[in-house]
Ligand binder design. Structure first.
Ligand code: TRP
Length: 376
């Protein structure tokens, strides 16, 4: 069996640190490992319209932002196929047939959908397209025979839904579709990075994100304003590192080299802290101020984001070429999705053009009817 990787994002905002540790790093790593046959990255603009029907401009504007973020993180159009969901209409056809394989109550039990409904205040006015996007996501995945889906943990219900659709389809119509597996980032702290305010998730609408495209000054301002342990008032107070977003970010981003560079005493050459454990221990014990930790975090993040920012600035001078990458990828993706759609329709039996048995059967049926009519 070939290994086909597929993943994607809704273009509803620029990508942020949560995306970087939650998925982008892993994608780049997978891409560079070379241990796969095909790799697809979808900008899910059609899915983004399911809760933005009144604000298509936002979706459109963010397509290029997401593409620029992808490329500046090191995703390479020579190694993976970037495509726009709306440019692959075969996905809607697949969705249409899969819809018959899923019950409404099954969709209503999807924990991510449930949360999103509350979060978006949909209450009694849930758009049908929104409610059914897990089915359309199953089309995104199966259209490419993808078996490896690198995602954050909020996407696990979508992968589970896809697996169910695949099993139901294959049982009803014969083995046609490939059952996918989710791949979560290795470091559990990266599954869901909290916002700078300590809330459970980075979210554009809450305004607690650090974006990949943020300037050096913006990053610094956001880091210095970060929520920490609210009871750590004086430097000497003991502090809590667990659930403290400053320490969570350090867990996600700091490397040994950061300690060696930042905490080296210029006279003695000794390190003030050798690693995160020592920094944490000091904070927990008391005597380490938030400012000092935040300044270090800012150093770590700047080291992480500066090369991404530099690449982005360069790419921003080549916008038409970036769009062209998406169009070329979409064409390639469309060919593959069309092949799958043909297979799916044939498996279901909706392949009239090649179904000579059907056509001949109808010929015979009418021939017989006419013969009998002539006899009587
Ligand atoms: N639902 C995903 C998100 O909100 C985006 C997405 C669309 C996706 N299609 C996909 C992710 C297929 C993985 C595989 O981020």
């Amino acid at each position: 069996m070939s290994n086909i990787i597929l993943t994607g994002d809704r273009p509803t905002g620029r990508l942020h640190l949560g995306h970087l540790v939650g998925s982008l790093y892993q994608r780049v790593q997978l891409q560079n490992s070379g241990s796969y046959d095909e790799m697809y990255i979808e900008i899910a603009d059609a899915q983004a319209t399911t809760d933005n029907s009144g604000n298509i401009q936002k979706v459109k504007d963010n397509v290029i932002e997401v593409a620029l973020d992808y490329l500046s993180c090191g995703l390479d159009p020579n190694k993976c196929t970037f495509f726009l969901q709306s440019e692959v209409p075969e996905l809607s056809d697949l969705t249409f047939y899969y819809m018959n394989l899923v019950t409404l109550s099954r969709l209503q039990r999807n924990p991510t959908i449930k949360q999103e409904i509350i979060y978006r205040n949909f209450e009694n006015s849930i758009p049908v397209g929104f409610m059914t996007y897990p089915i359309s996501q199953a089309a995104d995945i199966t259209a490419f025979d993808a078996n490896i889906i690198p995602v954050g943990d909020d996407q696990l219900p979508m992968i589970e839904q896809t697996r169910e659709i695949v099993r139901t389809f294959n049982k009803l119509y014969g083995k046609t579709l490939i059952e996918p597996n989710a791949v979560l980032p290795g470091n559990t702290v990266c599954h869901r990075l909290p916002g700078t305010d300590g809330q459970a998730k980075m979210s554009k609408s809450i305004g607690n994100c650090i974006y990949l495209a943020d300037s050096k000054e913006e990053v610094k301002r956001k880091v210095m304003g970060m929520f920490t342990d609210p009871n750590h008032l004086k430097v000497d107070d003991p502090g809590v590192t667990e659930g403290n977003p400053v320490f969570i970010y350090l867990t996600a981003f700091s490397k040994e080299k950061h300690f060696q560079e930042y905490f080296k005493n210029s006279e003695t050459g000794k390190l003030e802290y050798n690693n995160l454990e020592e920094l944490k221990a000091h904070y927990q014990h008391g005597g380490l101020g938030d400012m000092k930790v935040k300044k270090f975090l800012n150093y770590v993040l700047e080291d992480t984001l500066a090369p991404i920012r530099t690449r982005r600035h360069e790419l921003e001078k080549h916008i038409p070429e970036v769009y062209q990458i998406l169009f070329n990828g979409s064409e390639k993706a469309r060919k593959k999705a069309a092949t799958t759609l043909e297979k799916v329709k044939t498996a279901i039996g909706l392949n009239y053009r090649n179904d000579f048995e059907l056509i001949n059967g109808q010929v015979e049926k009418y021939a017989l009817l006419h013969k009998e009519a002539e006899k009587s």
